[in-house]
Design a protein around this ligand. Structure first.
Ligand code: NAD
Ligand code: UD1
Length: 338
């Protein structure tokens, strides 16, 4: 099977391309490189010893999407392409709605015109807002999002659900990711954020490598084990493998399905810092800062449905996540830049 992977040069996309190739799929990547480097594709080829067909293309560019689908005989699409910076989305809502929603509408329209109706979408635990209950099952109601980025995910879930309902030939899987961290064991691909990282693990690794002075811990007065925020960190390679399992489900002509991809374990900010120090031997100085607007206390998944229906379960623990994040950061202090 040949899979179109939009956003395949990015963090989760590049790891997923590795998993696809290792599982006998062919991958065609379409990425406009707005938040990534083509070097990630070269590294994927080095890891796997396989070729990846790469198109520098924007999902907003209908002609480009049409050209790719005319040229490549793809069977399914895994759609990662999107903008994902929460803070930036508050400043630039129009750009986020256009890129993420319009980009997806054009892609889906060209896919259906080419009779490719198998689609896996990168959604997020952010659609649960401040969750009604913990651990979060797929039955947990969706809530108001706190930023335009989150709304694009929530709205696209609805749009894709309606499209599948109107045309049951579509098989659509919405994957709600929890917090991906870690990197491929080789240290050749990983997360390469632009500028100062917003997310916790890249901030920790950049402190450890000496690029940033100290970590600010956003609040220690939450109702959690040690007062700091609790999240469900998941190894990006496990997350990538979840997409391969989702493709198996698509082959069963599954219609619409929704799965959480998380580990089911909650880990606090300070627990993650301690685990990182313990598994890498690197010190991570930190100080307590005020809470970050829009943050919630606790967010972790029930991963039971994915295990039951996809036969997928996260294999890696926090130790490996820390070791692998650190290997990537220390081997590539400036990410994909020379
Ligand atoms: P990323 O920024 O590394 O990857 C996204 C890729 O999409 C980038 O390579 C970027 O260049 C590309 N892109 C953006 N807009 C495009 C467009 N219009 N046309 C073509 N390419 C475009 O981010 P990631 O962490 O790998 O995330 C992948 C997907 O998963 C995103 O949709 C993101 O919202 C979603 N997601 C990520 C997380 C996370 O914590 N990383 C959590 C939940 C959901
Ligand atoms: C954030 C986004 C969420 C997105 C997810 C992708 C916000 C409000 N939410 O989630 O929409 O889907 O990333 O992974 O941005 N922390 C610190 N110091 C830091 C950075 C983070 O203490 O420098 C804390 C946070 O308060 C939180 C935890 O670390 O408790 C994880 O933060 P982060 O990595 O940004 O992820 P989320 O907030 O879960």
């Amino acid at each position: 099977m040949k899979i179109l992977v939009t956003g395949g040069a990015g963090y989760i996309g590049s790891h997923t391309v590795v998993s696809l190739l290792e599982n006998g799929y062919e991958a065609v990547v379409a990425d406009n490189l707005v938040n990534s480097s083509v070097k990630s594709i070269e590294r994927v080829e080095k890891i796997t010893g396989r070729k990846v067909k790469f198109y520098k293309a924007d999902t907003l560019d209908r002609e480009a999407m049409k050209h790719i689908l005319d040229t490549e005989n793809v069977d399914a699409c895994i759609h990662f392409a999107g903008l994902k910076a929460v803070g930036e989305s508050v400043q630039k809502p129009w750009e986020y709605y256009e890129n993420n929603i319009q980009g997806t509408l054009i892609l889906v329209d060209e896919l259906r015109k080419h009779n490719v109706k198998n689609f896996i979408f990168s959604s997020s635990a952010t659609v649960y807002g401040d969750p009604e209950f913990i651990p979060i099952t797929e039955q947990c109601p969706k809530k108001a999002c706190t930023n335009p980025y989150g709304w694009t995910k929530s709205m696209l879930e609805q749009i894709l659900t309606d499209i599948q309902k109107a045309d049951p030939e579509w098989n659509v899987i919405l994957l709600r990711y929890f917090n991906p961290i870690g990197a491929h064991k080789s240290g050749l691909i990983g997360e390469d954020p632009n500028g100062i990282p917003n997310n916790l693990m890249p901030y920790i690794t950049q402190v450890a490598v000496g690029k940033l002075k100290e970590l600010g811990v956003f609040g220690n007065d939450y109702d959690t084990v040690d007062g700091t925020g609790v999240r469900d960190y998941i190894h990006v390679v496990d997350l990538a493998d979840g997409h391969v399992k989702a493709l198996d489900k698509i082959k069963e002509k599954c219609g619409l399905k929704i799965y959480n991809l998380g580990t089911g374990n909650g880990v606090s900010v300070l627990q993650l810092v301690k685990a990182f120090e313990g598994s890498t031997g690197q010190k991570v100085p930190y100080s307590i800062k005020p809470r970050r607007a829009g943050d919630i206390a606790t967010c972790y998944a029930s991963a039971d449905l994915a295990e039951k229906e996809l036969g997928w379960k996260a294999k890696y623990g926090i130790k490996e996540m820390c070791e692998d994040s650190w290997r990537w950061q220390s081997m590539n202090p400036n990410g994909y830049e020379d």
